[in-house]
Design a binder for this molecule. Sequence first.
Ligand code: AMP
Length: 377
Amino acid sequence: MKKAIRKVLVINSGSSSLKYQLFDMVKGERIAKGLVERIGCGGPKDHTAALDQVVKDLGDAAKDVDAIGHRVLHGAEVFKDSVKVTKDVMAKCRKLVKFGPLHMPANLGGIEACEKIFKGVPNVAVFDTAFHQTMPDCAAMYAIDPKYYRKMGIRKYGFHGTSHKFITQEAAKFLKKPVSKVNLVTCHMGNGSSLAAVKNGQCVDTSMGLTPLAGMVMGTRCGDIDAAAVLSIMEAEKLTPAEMDTLLNKKSGLAALAGSSDCRDICAMAEKGDKKAELALEMLAYRTAFYIGGYNTVIGGADAIVMTGGIGENSSEVRERIVRRLGALGIKLDRKANKVRGQVAVISTRDSKIPVVIIPTNEELAIAQDTVKILGK
Ligand code: AMP
């Protein structure tokens, strides 16, 4: 008989940091969480050294780990679901490094470190792109010569899939509908943001693209932009592709518009009458409402609009600015209910045509749940 999976370690291994959480899946409780920083730049020399630090920090709790779940950025079209890590899986993942040259080596480094330190403990890779693999071609393809898709895999993949899937499942429970019958627009709004159109529990469109740069106005990313504007700036400023990448991913979005990438700062500035902050918030709200309207059409009418992430769960101000723009869908905000922070709640009125529901996301728990599911198969 298979040993029950009780203790699951979840690893989110980035280029210079490693975040972890340890769960008791029988009790459904988190046992520990932590962060090792400055990997390769003053702290531990590599991911194996960082994981040694995690084992030290966990002490006795590091004993009897039954399974390890890893967040992996990109599964491209190869991985449509989470998967138990084998040599073959690692070889396939290494071929996908081109899709995430910054994150993928760190993600795979975390898995290799676990294989060394937690000998014999199974690892599961959970891909940020997997939930979006059900998108039809009409949503996923770009209108350029298809040879770039064939040769280079250029298409829309989408990210935050673990979060969109988790809140889809939680929203279905909340709405008392089977997941396979639920239609939603899910809005993950944090420092990085993306929306997904979910029809019958499956993703049919999402706002991020080949990379996480597309779609919403984000903390430091520009989101949607005319590609010709990018070329004009590169030419005028004589920027290399790497420099342009930094400009679009790290020096744009709220940071460029209002001088801070943090939504709390911007709300405070707008409250004091700062015009730049006001415009930044309106741009954020406008684009979110624009996508909600489009996705509501795509799925043939939503059972609910679901909001999550640091901004979605906490910012009454941003939520109000978004919902104010959704009157044409018959959506009405309950301003008192909208004061809620960080908990499951309906923030629309009883007579709102579509409910707006806050559902806190928990990507680490979702990874732990998937790990148990995959190893139990
Ligand atoms: P995340 O990436 O999901 O951790 O979300 C980070 C974002 O959530 C930042 O822009 C924060 O400013 C924002 N955030 C967190 N709490 C609040 C709050 N109470 N009001 C407004 N924004 C918030």
